[in-house]
Design a protein around this ligand. Structure first.
Ligand SMILES: C[S@@+](CC[C@H](N)C(=O)[O-])C[C@H]1O[C@@H](n2cnc3c(N)ncnc32)[C@H](O)[C@@H]1O
Length: 217
C-alpha cells in the first residue's frame, strides 16, 4: 500500500462504505468505545475516522477529533455530523503517520480498521504514542492474519489485490505488537467469528522519545 493507493481505494469506497462495512463492523466499534470508559471532558483522537460511523457512539461529554487521509471519506463524515448536533466533534484531513498535533494532547486514542491500511503502521503508532499523554489509553481494532487453513488461504489469495481492496489481507499481530512497542492491557476477539481483534494498551511514553531520537538522528 502507498498513500496514492489508499486515496484511490477510499475514493471508490466512500459512497458505499456504510452499506458495505457499517453493520458488519459495528460490534467492534461499539465494544471499543465501551472499553474506552469515556469520562466527561476527555480529549479523544480517532485516527482513520473514515465516514464517521463511530462518532454517534461516543458520549456527548467528550471531545472527539477524527482525522483521515481521504477527503471523500471525510466528506461523508461531515454530512453525518451536519445531521447531528456536531457538539464537541472535529474532523480534520491529516495523515496519521505525520500528525500536526502537539505532544501529549489526547487522553485516549482509537484506531479502528486502519493499521492494515496505512502504508507505515509503525510510524503511525509512534505518532499515536507521541500525541497520547503518558499513561493514556490506546485502542486498536483490526483484522490480523488468521492461522486457520481456510481463512489463511482466502487471505493469501487476496494479497495480490491489496491496492484495489484498500488493506493488507495478511497482517501479523505478533510483529505489529513488537514494532508498535505497545504495553498491552487486554486483547479480545470481535465481530464475525471473532476474526477481528480489539487491543487495549497503555501509553508508556517511551516510544515517543525513541521516535524523537529517530527524527533528530
Ligand atoms: C477501513 S477504513 C476504516 C474507517 C473507520 N475507522 C471505520 O470504523 O469504518 C480505513 C480508513 O483509514 C484511512 N486512512 C488510511 N491511511 C491513512 C492515513 N495515513 N492517515 C489517516 N487516515 C488514513 C482511510 O482513508 C479510511 O478512511
Amino acid at each position: 500500500m502507498n498513500d496514492a493507493a489508499v486515496l484511490k481505494a477510499y475514493k471508490r469506497y466512500a459512497r458505499k462504505y456504510d452499506l458495505l462495512f457499517g453493520k458488519v463492523f459495528e460490534h467492534g466499534r461499539r465494544l471499543l468505545i465501551d472499553k474506552m470508559d469515556c469520562r466527561g471532558g476527555e480529549n479523544i483522537l480517532e485516527v482513520g475516522v473514515g465516514t464517521g460511523l463511530s462518532l454517534p457512539i461516543y458520549p456527548d461529554s467528550v471531545s472527539v477529533a477524527g482525522i483521515d487521509l481521504s477527503p471523500h471519506m471525510l466528506g461523508v463524515a461531515r454530512r453525518r455530523l451536519n445531521g447531528s448536533s456536531g457538539h464537541r466533534r472535529a474532523l480534520l484531513r491529516m495523515d496519521a503517520q505525520r500528525m500536526s498535533f502537539a505532544d501529549n494532547c489526547f487522553d485516549k486514542v482509537a484506531a479502528m480498521y486502519i493499521v492494515s491500511v496505512v502504508p507505515q503502521p509503525s510510524k503511525m503508532m509512534s505518532e499515536i504514542r507521541r500525541v497520547c499523554r503518558p499513561g493514556g489509553d490506546i485502542f486498536i481494532l483490526n483484522h490480523f492474519s488468521n492461522q486457520n487453513f481456510i481463512p489463511r488461504v482466502v487471505e493469501t489469495a487476496m494479497v495480490p489485490f491489496e491496492k484495489f481492496i484498500g488493506f493488507k489481507p495478511r497482517f501479523a499481530l505478533d510483529s505489529f505488537l513488537e514494532e508498535a512497542g505497545l504495553e498491552v492491557v487486554e486483547t479480545c476477539p470481535v465481530n464475525l467469528f471473532g476474526f477481528w481483534t480489539l487491543i487495549h494498551a497503555k501509553n508508556t511514553g517511551c516510544a515517543s522519545r525513541e521516535f524523537r531520537q529517530r527524527l533528530s538522528a
